[in-house]
Design a protein around this ligand. Structure first.
Ligand code: GDP
Ligand code: MN
Length: 397
């Protein structure tokens, strides 16, 4: 789960990480009021959306008076901010954060992440802050500092000192940088975060300060941190995925045309692979879980069909504990209530498969049946291609 910058800053401040003075606003009036509250003569208005790269997309504005703050906020509210991370649909701005501006001497990149290769928490830092880490890794790989944390002892002060010196932090600010780095690590460890990213961490006349902050949390550990779980902002998530999670289905939206309804995560992955192998592109990953009851199947159909890109559906059920005849009943009931208007391929395997197939055949519904997964994938891709060619006008030579 991702959270907003202002939320991450509030959390990190609790771990001793210095952050600019700021206030959240839900309207331009409130933004101007926040600026007055903060004081000073320069502010930064920042769109609160779950994405990086806001600066380049018009989501970060430096302002010199309250009117500018008002206008900058007014411009951002309700806007779909499209960055290189959001995809073309962007993310809508419902909140802005107003901060007192900081005089930057130097911008640094600091990331604390889980490194799969070493199976450890790793600090990644670079003196080329302000750029995205991918760009730093590509264009200035020699500036990257990596430091692996031993889980048994946690991050040690000497490690943080090494990082600070490596980044060229001025001597008088090294101790402040050490406590900032240690604070970020403690926040990550205590709250089961999978990432803390400060980009940029800036050096000022007075010391060091986190000018931007991003935190990502391990969904499977959220039950241990109700105060973090509360920070969830559904307006920033893929609405299809949120709806699925609310219904106990595991769904990931993709960009292809063949909708998938499968029981079991492994089988769902295999189904997507087979669709690709057959020359198609899956529209989604969907694991409806073990108990494919009529109700769940119906919900799955509705979810998959809510994606306008879906032009064919492949249902792939392997019944172990479950029974194919029950699943088949579920499919028939779901389709009778909510007919789907795209080609539908169903492959059933496992317990009571014969009875399941009979039920599908008897229903009289236009279901394309398949016995093996390969066959199912091929038929789904074929059906999708035929359907598309029917819908699209023939090219005139
Ligand atoms: P991102 O583009 O979504 O990563 O948003 P950031 O919070 O990182 O802001 C983008 C850039 O805006 C930073 O790299 C800074 O260069 C600039 N910026 C943000 N806050 C301030 C500030 O207080 N003072 C100044 N001078 N620049 C700022
Ligand atoms: Mn940033």
């Amino acid at each position: 789960m991702d959270i907003h910058e202002y939320q991450a800053k509030e959390i990190l401040a609790g771990y001793g990480v210095p952050v600019p003075r700021g206030g959240l606003a839900y309207s331009p009036e409130q933004a101007a009021y926040r600026a007055r509250e903060i004081g000073g003569n320069k502010w930064v208005v920042k769109a609160q959306v779950h994405t990086g790269g806001r600066g380049k997309a018009g989501g970060v504005k430096v302002c010199g008076n309250e009117h500018e703050v008002y206008d900058a906020a007014d411009e951002m509210f309700g806007k779909r901010l499209v960055t290189h991370q959001t995809g073309p649909e962007g993310k809508i701005v419902y909140r802005v954060y107003v901060e007192g501006a900081v005089n930057i001497l130097k911008e640094i990149y600091l990331g604390i992440v889980l490194d799969r290769k070493t199976e450890r928490v790793m600090v990644v830092a670079s003196a080329s802050g302000g750029m995205e880490i991918e760009d730093i890794a590509a264009s200035k790989p020699d500036t990257l500092i990596r430091s692996v944390v031993e889980p048994a002892v946690g991050m040690q002060a000497f490690q943080a000192r090494e990082i600070a010196f490596g980044l060229g932090i001025p001597g008088e600010h090294v101790q402040k940088a050490v406590s900032l780095i240690m604070g970020c690590y403690k926040a990550l460890e205590s709250l089961d975060a999978s990432m803390v990213e400060i980009n940029p961490l800036v050096v000022t006349e007075e010391g060091v300060i986190a000018l931007d902050a991003k935190m990502t949390f391990d969904d499977n550990a959220l039950f241990r941190h109700p105060s973090v779980a509360e920070l969830r902002d559904k307006s920033q998530e893929d609405s299809r995925e949120t709806r699925a999670a609310d219904r106990g289905l595991s769904y990931v939206g993709l960009t292809g045309n063949i909708g998938c309804i499968v029981n079991g995560a492994g089988l769902a992955m295999a189904t997507m692979d087979m669709i690709k192998l057959a020359g198609g592109e899956p529209a989604n990953f969907l694991d409806i879980g073990g108990g494919a009851t009529p109700d769940r199947v119906a919900k799955a159909f509705r979810l998959v069909m809510s994606d306008d890109n879906v032009q064919a559906i492949l249902v792939n059920i392997f019944a172990g504990i479950n029974r194919c005849d029950w699943v088949a009943e579920g499919i028939v009931q779901a389709l009778e209530k909510n007919p789907v208007h795209v080609p539908l391929v169903v492959r059933l395997a496992g317990t009571h498969v014969e009875e399941g197939r009979r039920i599908l055949a008897r229903s009289g519904l236009p279901i394309i049946r398949a016995n093996t997964l390969a066959e199912a994938a091929e038929r789904a891709v074929q059906a999708w291609k035929n359907d598309v060619s029917l819908k699209q006008p023939k090219a005139v030579a």
